[in-house]
Design a protein around this ligand. Structure first.
Ligand code: NAD
Length: 478
């Protein structure tokens, strides 16, 4: 018996959760349920994170969390419960299988069976944002080696467990050579450990276009957080309906399972919502806790029900569907099909599922790190980069000399183009004179000079070499 935490959520949440639990309990799932309240009511009671302290304790104690969608009230100040839960509990991996159910659910892509594995904790979702000048705001994109290793290994282990043939990586490392470059590099390193699984990398733009056009070309796709957020919805939608997909959020200790759709408040309380997305989440949960037989039985009963044309309104189609049903009647139809297997759709078999081998991250020996210069960011309302260069050269030291100025990454000094549009946010790169080394006291001297000359410095970024290799980007056009 596994104790799980359940949150029934808002809108259609309670109805689809009741249906889901009824189905899996009828299939003899060995679970006991501890219910918590999260979402709208908790937010509106003045708790900006939508979850009370005691509820966290329950989730952390039981470790397995089945969550219905919640409504985040409109207006400022309310933090996304999903993002908070993923980060607090270290749920680094988001897994979304997207498979078409042709010909029973309309789709332009009859042959589609993709699993998106999305990194869930870092990237632009670190939520570190600053306004730096009148005109420019910044969001920090943080990509870490442990983050990349954990998610890429998860994708390959998942592919191995599910007998899948290929893992594809999507990044934009032709532009973001450091951040996406690290993700791609780690992908190539880890792929070598799985010689039986094909691997490939696509630049995200053309990869996404290909996925939307010819999804049959892909199997498991692993990607950083933001790309995964966008593309997992695209993938689910092109199977026929976002209402059919579930998602697993997996961490080293805890895991959370849910539907990918929201709380659909306009459909609430009418017994019309499709419980399939949450049921798919629950099936992933049963597999995760080792109740593979129950998971298999429920999935095959669900596929049989879809195949019989017993459909909720969102997927009902005249001529294909046989019976339009509500939430409760759909659940009863699935229960009646427990023990049966689909005949046209492929039945599933989870009995040979092995456990995933996910070793703890081991930190690599530290590299030799050398200071190679500094980027000083300056708030300046002028427009002529040559004029700024003259001002900024007045703060340079004997050790650190102005080498380049960029504006939004484009080199504007020396030898910039007059056509380049400039904002009030300038990056001034200072490098040591040939044959000398940079040091931190030189940077402090530079900033002291800036203070005296009333140059408005807003931040600095140290430039480092790691084992002799530049750990920073060049200016575009440099
Ligand atoms: P939504 O997913 O709730 O609804 C989008 C559309 O899909 C609507 O037309 C809805 O009727 C339909 N739909 C969704 N699920 C369905 C189902 N199971 N059966 C039948 N039809 C279904 O997205 P939204 O309208 O953008 O968001 C509504 C609320 O949900 C918002 O408060 C949002 O913050 C929240 N939300 C929560 C989660 C979550 O808790 N995981 C995820 C997304 C959105």
């Amino acid at each position: 018996m596994t104790k799980i935490t359940v949150a029934k959520g808002d809108g259609i949440g309670p109805e689809i959760m009741d249906a889901t639990l009824e189905i899996i309990l009828a299939a003899n799932a060995q679970i006991s349920i501890e219910e918590i309240e999260v979402g709208e009511k908790v937010y509106l009671s003045g708790n900006t994170s939508g979850i009370a302290h005691e509820a966290w304790e329950t989730i952390r104690r039981n470790k397995i969390f089945l969550k219905a969608p919640i409504t985040t009230p409109q207006g400022g100040g309310y933090k996304s419960l999903n993002v908070t839960t993923r980060k607090f509990l270290g749920l680094y991996s988001n897994v979304r299988p997207c498979k078409s159910l042709h010909p029973f659910v309309s789709t332009k892509h009859p042959v589609m069976d993709i699993v998106i594995v999305r990194e869930n904790e870092e990237d632009l979702y670190a939520g570190i944002e600053h306004q730096q000048t009148d005109e420019v705001v910044q969001c920090l994109k943080l990509i870490s080696r442990p983050g990349c290793e954990k998610i890429v290994r998860y994708a390959f282990e998942y592919a191995k467990q599910q007998n899948r043939k290929k893992v594809t990586c999507f990044t934009k490392d032709n532009i973001m050579k450091q951040t996406d470059g690290l993700f791609h590099k780690v992908f190539d390193e880890i792929a070598k450990e799985y010689p039986d699984i094909e691997n490939e990398h696509w630049i995200i733009d053309i990869g996404a276009a290909k996925m939307a056009d010819s999804p049959e070309a892909f199997d498991v796709i692993v990607m950083p957080n933001l790309y995964g957020d966008v593309l997992s919805d695209v993938a689910a939608q092109i199977t026929g309906s976002v209402g059919l997909a579930g998602s697993a959020n997996i961490g080293e200790e805890c895991a959370m399972f849910e539907a990918i759709h929201g709380s659909a408040p306009r459909r609430a309380g009418q017994d019309v919502a499709n419980p399939s997305g949450l049921l798919q989440g629950a099936i992933m949960m049963l597999n995760h806790i080792g109740q593979t037989e129950v998971a298999e039985k429920v999935q095959n009963a669900w596929l049989t029900t879809i195949e019989e044309g017993i459909h909720t309104y969102d997927i009902y189609k005249e001529g294909v569907s046989k019976q339009k049903v509500g939430t409760k009647a759909f659940a009863q139809a699935v229960i009646a099909n427990l023990g049966r297997k689909p005949t046209l759709l492929q039945p599933v078999s989870y009995s040979n599922n092995t456990t995933l081998c996910l070793p703890k991250y081991v930190r690599k020996p530290a590299a030799v790190k050398e200071l190679a210069g500094v980027d000083v960011f300056v708030h300046w309302a002028g427009t002529n980069p040559d004029a700024l260069a003259e001002i900024v050269q007045s703060i340079q030291t004997d050790d650190l000399q102005l080498a380049m100025i960029t504006n939004r990454g484009i080199k504007v000094w020396p030898n910039g183009f007059s056509e380049t549009f400039c904002t009030d946010h300038w990056r001034c790169r200072f490098l040591p004179k040939a044959g000398t080394m940079a040091n931190k006291s030189g940077i402090i001297q530079l900033l002291t000079n800036a203070l005296e000359q009333q140059v408005d410095t807003i931040k600095t970024e140290n430039l480092y070499l790691f084992n002799g290799k530049a750990g920073f980007s060049l200016g575009q056009g440099q």
